[in-house]
Design a protein. Structure first.
Ligand SMILES: Cc1cc2nc3c(=O)[nH]c(=O)nc-3n(C[C@H](O)[C@H](O)[C@H](O)COP(=O)(O)OP(=O)(O)OC[C@H]3O[C@@H](n4cnc5c(N)ncnc54)[C@H](O)[C@@H]3O)c2cc1C
Ligand SMILES: NC(=O)c1ccc[n+]([C@@H]2O[C@H](COP(=O)([O-])OP(=O)(O)OC[C@H]3O[C@@H](n4cnc5c(N)ncnc54)[C@H](O)[C@@H]3O)[C@@H](O)[C@H]2O)c1
Length: 448
């Protein structure tokens, strides 16, 4: 059996951060992955997705300006786009492995299974370590409906050689909205079937309403409170059966995409053997991101039951775990607001409290909510549906929430994040001199 100071399971943003930091401090480190090295974000998530979004943006922008100086709406050649996407993703495993090897980290391929509190099996190898970090991310949740195996997940969507004509998404969160927008801009007819009253749960309801309006305006069909009961294969196509308002319906499709949420990827790890407790949202950890039931084990990233499953948080949590392994438990996870964007056209970006959450907390907030299609930044590109909402504590003048819908919002939200993190008062941010005309210069008009 080989022994290490640290074994990391998972080579994504979280696992990489821990392995590299601990190795840099001179410890012996092994890292394991069951898939090609590099994790979700760079190969199957954020980065390839945003390449596809880049093309969808061109279609959107040219469609908006057709007849206003642009003569033709751009069209997407799906096969070429996927080839372009591959130029980002194909090299990731080799580059990742080379970097780890150069750093002196030992690599193991295969699915890791716990044998005891501090030992792991991967393939035919048995490994032991003083500390083991679980950074295994998430996988699509099981839906328990007949025909579930007919759905494809986001990974396979981004590998499609051809884009089918009619697509249904089961679920109405990030993946549904982003992929529906890409597919619609590439010419497909898309239906989103979402089980709840509000899609994109967690985002401010007024801004989500505006985004839904924008998505419907480009032909995306969105059904709320739809309970998908079965996916059936017919001789030529697929049929998605669902219930809505007490009636039964069926939507025909060439492709059905799983966009109904992801859960901690722990099923095959035999966590029982290590005495590692798992809850509904993933591996249960304390404020130091250490398993409460097995102190040799830490968890970080999407698989841990802390925070949202987003890349910046995975790296942040990885850095906390590395610090605590090297120095004893010192750094704690803080639940600071994190900016996030749904990369639709237009994008929806958000940080902090929604209006509903602020009201529930009884905060004395000043709320500014406005549709901004007649503002210069929107008119210049003829973007038809845009808006913002800001929430400022009336007593402290601190910004407690910002929600932006419109081109550029994915970057502008970071200025709100900086102001909130460093406690810049709303008046001071609103009085900043920003380059004009930019998306950021609109901040001056978004704060009381
Ligand atoms: C389609 C999509 C788009 C996204 N877009 C964004 C975005 O725009 N912005 C954003 O912030 N976030 C986005 N995310 C979320 C983001 O990708 C994740 O939050 C992030 O990648 C999590 O990193 P991680 O290190 O926790 O896990 P991962 O990167 O998922 O790494 C976990 C690794 O563990 C491996 N593994 C699992 N089980 C085992 C086992 N038993 N043995 C060995 N290895 C194992 C897996 O193969 C995987 O490589 C997106 C996610 C998806 C699916
Ligand atoms: N831009 C980004 O940052 C980005 C993009 C993609 C994914 N992600 C991350 O990946 C995670 C997973 O994405 P996702 O879109 O799969 O999940 P999600 O949690 O964002 O949305 C899934 C939605 O589907 C609904 N749903 C669940 N079961 C259903 C069913 N049977 N029928 C109909 N609707 C159902 C849920 O109510 C939920 O609102 C996200 O939580 C996010 O953190 C982030």
């Amino acid at each position: 059996m080989q022994s290490f100071d640290l074994i990391v399971i998972g080579t994504g943003s979280a696992g990489k951060t821990v392995a590299e930091t601990v190795r840099e401090a001179g410890k012996s480190v092994a890292i394991i992955d069951k898939l090609p090295f590099g994790g979700t974000c760079s190969q199957r998530g954020c980065d390839p997705k945003k390449v596809l979004v880049g093309a969808a943006e061109i279609v959107a922008r040219s469609a908006q300006l057709t007849g206003r100086g642009i003569t033709n709406t751009a069209t997407i050649n799906w096969a070429d786009l996927i080839q372009f996407k591959k130029t980002f993703t194909d090299s990731i495993p080799e580059k990742t492995e080379k970097k780890f090897t150069d750093q002196g980290i030992q690599l193991f391929h295969g699915a890791a299974t716990f044998l005891s509190a501090t030992t792991i099996r991967v393939g035919d190898e048995e490994l032991s370590a003083n500390h083991i970090v679980i950074a295994t991310g998430q996988r699509p949740q099981t839906l328990n409906i007949p025909g579930e195996e007919l759905l494809i997940d986001s990974t396979r969507f981004m590998e499609l050689a051809e884009l089918p004509n009619e697509i249904v998404t089961v679920g109405g969160g990030y993946i549904a909205f982003e992929f529906a927008h890409i597919a619609a801009r590439a010419g497909a007819k898309v239906t989103i079937l979402h089980q709840g009253k509000q899609p994109l749960e967690g985002f401010d309801a007024d801004l989500v309403d505006l985004l839904v309006k924008a998505m419907r305006a480009i032909g995306i069909f969105i059904v709320l409170e739809a309970k998908v009961t079965e996916v059936e294969k017919t001789p030529a196509r697929l049929m998605v059966h669902y219930e809505h308002g007490g009636e039964s319906y069926s939507a025909e499709a060439d492709l059905v995409v799983h966009a109904a949420g992801r859960v901690a990827d722990v099923a095959e790890m035999a966590l029982d053997a290590a005495g590692v407790a798992i809850g509904k949202k993933g591996v249960m950890v304390n404020e130091y991101l250490q398993s409460a039931s097995n102190p040799a084990v830490y968890a970080c990233g999407d698989v841990a039951d802390k925070g949202l499953p987003l890349t910046p948080l995975a790296s942040y949590e990885g850095s906390i775990v590395a610090h605590n392994i090297l120095n004893g438990n010192q750094r704690t996870y803080t639940n600071d607001p994190v900016p996030t964007t749904v990369f639709t056209g237009p994008p929806l970006a958000s940080i902090g409290l929604t209006e509903e959450q602020a009201r529930q907390q009884g905060l004395p907030v000043k709320v500014m909510f406005q549709e901004t299609a007649d503002w210069y930044v929107s008119r210049r590109i003829n973007e038809p549906i845009t808006g913002f909402k800001t929430l400022v504590d009336a007593e402290t003048d601190q910004i407690v929430g910002a929600h932006l819908l419109g081109s550029g919002s994915e970057d502008v939200i970071n200025l709100f994040a900086m102001a909130m993190k460093h406690k810049i008062p709303a008046k001071a941010l609103g009085a900043m001199l920003f380059a004009y005309p930019t998306h950021a210069s609109d901040i001056n008009s978004m704060l009381p």
